[in-house]
Write a protein that binds this ligand. Structure first.
Ligand code: PEP
Ligand code: MN
Length: 356
């Protein structure tokens, strides 16, 4: 396996929070709104600010951003408030105009990461520049596109790179605006252990009341920090009004989420519990092996007697029995249903291969 080329993201200013906090409005609407939001965030200790100038909108007719007009607004925030300010770029001309205005921190939005042509164009425009780039996951749950975009930027010579997990589009309305599918950022981290991955609870949840929950899940999974959309008057926001928090709500959320993964990871108590888990998993594996062996013997008998492998009545009774026993043990029913249907599927598979 090739070594990962990524290292932890170095920001211009150190953070006073236990994890990385990147916050600001979905869109820069007016100079006053953008500056006042930044000022309120800075007063609470946030030094990494976001605001979109160019807004990718699904349908025409909604607010498409103030565009280049807002570039000096963002630059002023950097200079006067001592913040690092990022905006979304989706084309080479966005990059060129932003660089000319003195900005050098950008993110690539989910719609853009989906297109390797667009990412290649951005990588070329950013190549050789002293920039920081955060890459949101693509809209569709394809880790290769996400990793590909990160690697393409790295190969173009961009060294300060991080990823943002903002969830994935699905058909129909689900609980979340964008399904988190945590296994995807977890796999990205497995491939690139040092890569900084932020969680964007705003775009995942789409609803302000769910932002604290998604933030907690993300931090408990040990991701590097949060990207939270913040607006002084969220209900009045020109884009993503339902999901933005006031700066005060963000500070409250941070105060309630005092999760310090690094210090916890090494406590002797945790190490002890982890070895208990390792031992239990070993026992589980042996039990599964035993169960498979019995299942193979059943398979051989069925083959001899020309019986079909799957017996729906027996399967139904087995699941019902395991669920009621599990319920008594306080185990989650959905989890047990999935677990036993996977075990059953694997048994059926061994019986098929055995009788060939
Ligand atoms: C945003 O961050 O405001 C944005 C448009 O996000 P995404 O690309 O994740 O939809
Ligand atoms: Mn937004």
């Amino acid at each position: 396996m090739q070594a990962s080329p990524f290292s932890p993201l170095a920001l211009r200013y150190p953070s006073s929070f236990p994890y990385l906090v990147f916050a600001g409005p979905c869109s820069a609407e007016t100079q006053e709104q953008t500056y006042a939001t930044a000022k309120a965030l800075r007063a609470g200790g946030v030094r990494f600010f976001r605001a979109s100038l160019w807004k990718p909108r699904t349908r025409p007719g909604s607010f498409e951003g103030v565009g280049r007009e807002g570039l000096p607004w963002l630059r002023r925030i950097e200079e006067e408030l001592g913040m690092q300010v990022a905006t979304e770029v989706a084309s080479a001309s966005h990059v060129e105009e932003a660089l000319r205005a003195g900005l050098n921190t950008f993110w690539i939005g989910a719609r853009t990461t989906t297109s390797p042509f667009a990412v290649a164009e951005l990588a070329e425009a950013l190549s050789g520049e002293d920039v920081t780039v955060l890459v949101k996951n693509p809209l569709n749950p394809d880790i290769e596109l996400w990793e590909g975009a990160l690697l393409r930027l790295k190969s173009a010579g961009v060294d300060r790179i991080a990823a943002i997990h903002r969830g994935f589009s699905t058909y129909g309305k689900g609980f979340y605006r964008n399904a988190p599918l945590w296994q995807i950022p977890i796999e990205l981290r497995r491939r690139h252990p040092a890569l900084t991955i932020l969680v964007d609870p705003s775009h995942i949840s789409g609803r302000r009341d769910l932002v604290p929950l998604v933030s907690r899940i993300g931090l408990e999974m040990n991701f590097s920090g949060l990207m939270v959309e913040t607006h002084l008057q969220p209900d009045e926001a020109w884009s993503d009004a339902a999901q933005q928090l006031t700066p005060e709500a963000l500070f409250q959320l941070i105060a309630e989420l005092d999760i310090r993964p690094a210090s916890l990871a090494d406590s002797p108590q945790l190490r002890g519990l982890r070895s208990e888990i390792d031992e239990l998993d070993r026992k589980l594996l042996h039990l599964l092996q035993e169960r498979m062996k019995v299942s193979e013997r059943i398979g051989a008998i069925k083959a001899e007697s020309h019986l079909p492998i799957v017996q729906p009545e027996r399967y139904r009774a087995l699941i019902e029995d395991r669920l009621s026993e599990g319920r008594l043990l306080g185990l989650d029913e959905g989890f047990l249903r999935e677990l036993f249907s996977s075990i059953h599927e694997a048994s059926v598979h061994t019986q098929h291969t055995d009788t060939k």
